[in-house]
Each structure stands twice: as structure tokens, then as C-alpha cells.
Design a binder for this molecule. Structure first.
Ligand SMILES: *Cc1c(COP(=O)(O)O)cnc(C)c1O
Length: 348
């Protein structure tokens, strides 16, 4: 793999204390092209603009997918990835559904690890600090033909991150009208358009004073599916409940880690469809103890209340919260503060 170092790094000019999420990028990027039926010419180059033709297919038809993952630095300045093989596999699931040629594993893994090691100074140690990594693939052929592109670009960029949502209150609005995905569609893929189409419904919820929207199923708006771009868990008395994955729900790596840890520490976990009616009944009879979202950006985020049919329901903060407990176990693994009993860490 060719590596061209950045001889004008901006690293020294970055104010790491005042980063806003996803706006500052490291000094290098990985880039690889799909041309004539093959992924070719993987390389690491200085972070820079790319030049594209106005007819570039992805801009017109949204044939584009991405991943989201993080690198963490431990107390000895070693850098770790969390379950990167799962991101690789999901990237290719997304590619397949969007008729994008799949990425060979060595290209993904070598590019990822080399890039993170070259920019490893950008990964700050300390709880909550990490390097957010964004691999993405888009159709780069210059054409407005509505058909799969013959050319693609696979790029990885990285952005230093501190802990994401800062407010202690996080309230959500349960969607009665909009949905993010439908059966037979692309909800399970990290397809770019899933996110573009979520911004409008999310902004309606935010204009009403909520932080996020809770997606319900597209048929009846009866089943709870996800919280914004996080998977969602409910604690009813001492039981954790989360929806099974299907073609409308993103198979989150944090979600499956939460399930595995919860079972490992002896919690009762039910993976089953969960309805809005059950949630409202549980809050009324006080059996609802916690709701939390799970995803790479936040790891676990406690939800403090929800709105549904013009009524707001509060969830009282709880001592010995499962969210806190599981978050600590996951982050201890991520930052190499505990044994890696599940084999999830991967050294860069
Ligand atoms: C990425 C994503 C998640 C979380 O997946 P992780 O692998 O845990 O980061 C959940 N829901 C949606 C819609 C997502 O895009």
C-alpha cells in the first residue's frame, strides 16, 4: 500500500478541549478505487478534497453506504479497535444490498489499521475520548444513468471525539406518523439515504423540544424499533427488552454487546417485539425502570422521558441503573481497563 505523509499537519493547531463532533478530521485518509471490476490502488494520503464530476452517480441516486466505529487509547498509549470485524462484515452487507461491489477484507483491515496507526496521536487517552472512524463507499461513475455505477470509491476518514451528548436530560418523541425503514427496504443497511430521510421527522421532534425521535414500524406505528440512530432497550422491573433485528432494524454492534454482557452478568434479557402500548402501560404501573439507546457514538445513553399522543412521561433516575452498569463494562473493555473475556478488542 502506498503511503504519502502529510508534510503540513494541522495536528498542532487543533484545540482538543473544544471539539464539536465530526467537524475536525485527522491529517490522513485512506482511499481505494473500484475500476474495471476490481478494487485497486489502496493508499493513504494527506486528508484533502476530492474532485468529482457533477454527474457523479451517488449524488443523484444515493448509491452510498458508510460505517461508524471508534479507536480508544489505553493508559499505556496503546490504541484499540472494538470489534472491527463486525464493522467489516456489516459494511459488506450494506454494499450488497445497495449493489455496491464488496470490499476485500485485507483492503479494509490493512487500510483501517495503517490509517489509525499513522494518525494515532489524534486518539486521546482518558474516559470519553476516542477517534471516530468513518469508512464509506459511494458510486463515483460520471453518469446520470439510473443503474449501478461501474466505478466506486472506498474512503476512510477519522475525527477526534469527546463524549457525545452532554445534557443529563434526554427526552424522545415516539413517532406516530413517520418511519425510517420499511419491510423489504434498506433499514438494516447503513445506506446514506436512511439518514437523509430521517432529518425532517427528527427536526419536527426537536422543534417540539425533544432530543430525538423513536422510530416505530411503518405498517401500524405500534412496535418500537429504534431511537434515532441508536438501538433501544427497555428495562421492565429487572428484565431488559429489545426488539429483534430484521430488515428494518440496524444490527448494532453496541446492541449485541449489551445483550451479551447483560446475559453474562446474569440479567434477564428478552429479545422480542415491544409495543408502544406495552411501554405506556409499564410507565403507568411503574414497572418501567429505564430506557436507553445503544450505539457507537454514545455507547449507552439513558433516556429520561418520552412523549406520545401529546402526553409526556417521565422516567425517574434509578440507583444501580443497568445502563450505567453495562456502559462501564463495555467502556472498560474498550479502553483496555479490564480483561477482554469476549475477544472484542483488536490492537492497532
Ligand atoms: C449505526 C446505527 C446503530 C448503532 O450501531 P453500532 O454498531 O452499535 O454503532 C443503530 N441504529 C442505526 C439506525 C444506525 O445507523
Amino acid at each position: 500500500m502506498e503511503i504519502i505523509k502529510n508534510d503540513n499537519p494541522k495536528f498542532y493547531k487543533v484545540d482538543f478541549e473544544n471539539l464539536s463532533f465530526g467537524e475536525t478530521f485527522t491529517d490522513h485518509m485512506f482511499i481505494c478505487d473500484f475500476l474495471d471490476g476490481n478494487w485497486v490502488d489502496p493508499k493513504i494520503i494527506p486528508y484533502q478534497n476530492i474532485s468529482i464530476d457533477p454527474s457523479t452517480s451517488a449524488l443523484h441516486y444515493g448509491q452510498a453506504i458508510f460505517e461508524g466505529m471508534k479507536a480508544y487509547k489505553d493508559h499505556n498509549d496503546k490504541v484499540w479497535l472494538f470489534r472491527p470485524e463486525d464493522n467489516f462484515e456489516r459494511l459488506n452487507k450494506s454494499c450488497k444490498r445497495m449493489k455496491i461491489p464488496e470490499i476485500p477484507k485485507d483492503i479494509f483491515m490493512n487500510g483501517l489499521k495503517k490509517l489509525v496507526s499513522i494518525d494515532s496521536d489524534w486518539v486521546k487517552s482518558g474516559n470519553g475520548n476516542s477517534l471516530y472512524i468513518r469508512p464509506f463507499v459511494f458510486a463515483s461513475q460520471a453518469t446520470v444513468q439510473a443503474s449501478p455505477s461501474s466505478e466506486y470509491k472506498f474512503i476512510i476518514i477519522c475525527s477526534p471525539a469527546k463524549s457525545y451528548y452532554k445534557e443529563s436530560k434526554f427526552s424522545v418523541l415516539i413517532s406516530e406518523k413517520y418511519s425510517r425503514a420499511s419491510s423489504g427496504g434498506v433499514g438494516f443497511a447503513k445506506a446514506a439515504g436512511n439518514y437523509g430521510s430521517s432529518f425532517y421527522p427528527t427536526s419536527i421532534a426537536q422543534n417540539k423540544g425533544y432530543h430525538q425521535i423513536i422510530w416505530t414500524d411503518s405498517n401500524e406505528h405500534k412496535f418500537i424499533e429504534e431511537a434515532g440512530t441508536m438501538n433501544i432497550f427497555f428495562r421492565i422491573e429487572n428484565k431488559l427488552i429489545t426488539a429483534p433485528t430484521n430488515d428494518r432494524i440496524l444490527d448494532g454492534i453496541t446492541r449485541k454487546s449489551v445483550i451479551q454482557i447483560a446475559k453474562d452478568i446474569g440479567l434477564d434479557v428478552e429479545v422480542r417485539p415491544f409495543t408502544v402500548d406495552e411501554l405506556v402501560a409499564a410507565v403507568k404501573n411503574k414497572s418501567l425502570k429505564e430506557i436507553f439507546g445503544a450505539g457507537t457514538a454514545v455507547v449507552i445513553l439513558s433516556i429520561s422521558g418520552f412523549g406520545y399522543k401529546n402526553i409526556d412521561y417521565d422516567i425517574k433516575p434509578i440507583k444501580e441503573s443497568y445502563a450505567e452498569k453495562i456502559k462501564k463494562i463495555i467502556t472498560d473493555i474498550q479502553y483496555n481497563r479490564s480483561d477482554d473475556k469476549f475477544g472484542w478488542r483488536s490492537e492497532v
